[in-house]
Write a protein that binds this ligand. Structure first.
Ligand code: DAH
Length: 364
């Protein structure tokens, strides 16, 4: 019995002193391997008398368990130490110059947003922003979207479980229109803004992604008419598509926050089997494509923001930035926009030096 205790103490001391994973492995083979000393002791149990086995059995089993536990523990400690040492030596110095030319490019969505900002800045519009986490008052109620409107249904809107301190339901904004509300409530008219940004809807297929990009426009001033709206959007579309033969068709429509509401279609013609923006949609080989929602800002929306609708009028418009990019640069699958595929980005991306300017051509 005492020799077993001595064997155990010796083995445990050896394991504790082992200074590499290999050394521990050798000890394991020597003790617990096929012809190891502990294995040999275990084998003697079979030839013992029941009384002897009752006496020596627990001691031998305890030996095996103690040695096994010590080996596992020592191995883990040594592996951890080796990993720590490696992490310490393999530290990356991010301030070192890159060994290869950077591969980045400007995403078409960013490029188109810059183009839009450039075009509208030239027309006297400032860029406004709002948070992507909105409350349901700004996203819906203030925009004259009643509680029962289908856009409020759970399947379209991502809601947060909790309300804000004012008891309003919180959500991921479903459009950029709440920026209209934020701007009218924080700025004195006259107002001329565009608001590009991310929006969210619970929707996903080849032409819908749960996150996409919109741009909103808002003008509030005195004596604003539908004529101003048409001129502004025509001027914008001509600059954006870099063509003078852009033909607009205003189609009566419905949005809760505008009255009257108009949908803007732009004419396209077929060139080599491709739809190309430009020309009258009524041409023999032409058609119309819907590109923008718009209208005169509803009196109720102006009043909701604390302004007098008899004094102030205006127009608003909104559209999808991703869709504008697809139309202008000829991509056909929206999902590819957000895949992060290097080949797609190299093909459709823009050089960082390709800053859009009106004089240089916004899409150059
Ligand atoms: N918010 C609308 C949408 O998400 C787009 C829109 C339509 C914005 C008409 C406007 C507008 O400002 O006047 O579909």
């Amino acid at each position: 019995m005492t020799e077993i205790t001595a064997l155990k103490d010796g083995l445990l001391a050896d394991v504790a002193a082992a200074d590499s994973v290999d050394a521990v492995e050798q000890l394991r083979v020597g003790a617990l391997g096929k012809s190891g000393v502990v294995t040999a002791l275990l084998k003697t149990l079979g030839a013992m008398t029941p009384e002897e086995r009752q006496l020596r059995g627990p001691v031998i089993h305890d030996l095996r368990e103690s040695v096994t536990a010590a080996i596992v523990g020592r191995k883990a400690a040594l592996e951890q130490a080796a990993l720590d040492a490696r992490l310490a030596t393999e530290r990356l110095d991010m301030t070192l110059p890159a060994q290869e030319t950077p591969q980045g490019s400007i995403h078409p969505v960013s490029q188109v947003m810059d183009e839009l900002a450039e075009i509208f800045a030239d027309l006297g519009f400032a860029v406004a922003t709002g948070p992507e986490i909105e409350d349901d008052w700004r996203n819906f109620t203030a925009l004259n979207i009643p509680e029962t409107h289908p856009a409020r249904a759970m399947h379209d809107t991502f809601y947060f479980p909790d309300r804000d301190s004012e008891g309003r339901a919180m959500l991921l904004r479903t459009h950029t229109s709440p920026v209209q509300i934020r701007t009218m409530m924080s700025q004195e008219p006259p107002i001329r803004i565009i608001a590009p940004g991310r929006v969210y809807r619970s929707d996903s297929d080849a032409t819908h992604t749960p996150m996409f990009h919109q741009i909103e426009g808002l003008v509030i001033d005195k004596g604003i008419t539908l004529g101003h709206l048409k001129w502004t959007l025509e001027t914008f579309l001509k600059a954006f598509f870099e063509r003078d033969d852009i033909v607009l068709r205003l189609r009566p429509s419905y949005f809760p926050f505008t009255e009257p509401s108009v949908e803007i279609d732009v004419g396209y013609t077929m060139e080599k089997g491709q739809r190309v923006i430009g020309g009258s949609g009524d041409a023999e080989n032409g058609g119309w494509m819907e590109v923008l929602g718009s209208g005169m800002v509803h009196r109720r929306v102006i009043a909701n923001c604390g302004l007098d609708p008899d004094e102030w009028q205006g127009f608003a418009f909104g559209t999808g930035v991703d869709r504008l990019a697809m139309l202008k640069y000829g991509m056909n699958d929206l999902r590819a926009f957000f895949d992060g595929d290097q080949r797609w980005l190299r093909h459709y991306g823009f050089s960082a030096f390709d800053v859009p300017t009106l004089s240089g051509g916004v899409g150059a």
